[in-house]
Design a protein around this ligand. Structure first.
Ligand SMILES: [Zn+2]
Length: 98
């Protein structure tokens, strides 16, 4: 009697054929994000303009990244500074506590 045992080693799952949760969605549509400040030809972003600045922060008060806002680099920087200034003078929150 000879028992041939195949010892199976647990192989670490290195080969992943498809990432779980990974999406291969191609960006569809012809909509292109444009910088709202460039459209309005705003040169200086006012830190007192919280109606405008409010669109560039999340619900928790975080500043949204450029890929979401679609701002150009120069204006994104201006927005970031303006939000920070308005936080200092307490027009905008640093965070929203529950
Ligand atoms: Zn711009």
């Amino acid at each position: 009697m000879s028992e041939q045992r195949e010892e199976r080693q647990h192989q670490p799952r290195e080969q992943r054929e498809s990432r779980p949760g990974g999406f291969n969605k191609k960006r569809r549509g012809k909509r292109r994000k444009v910088c709202n400040f460039c459209v309005d030809k705003v040169k200086v972003v006012d830190y007192k303009d919280i109606n405008r600045l409010g669109r560039y922060v999340s619900e928790r008060g975080k500043i949204l990244p450029r890929r979401i806002t679609g701002n150009c680099a120069a204006h994104q920087r201006a927005v970031t500074l303006a939000i920070k200034n308005s936080r200092i003078v307490a027009l905008m929150p640093y965070t929203t506590e529950v």
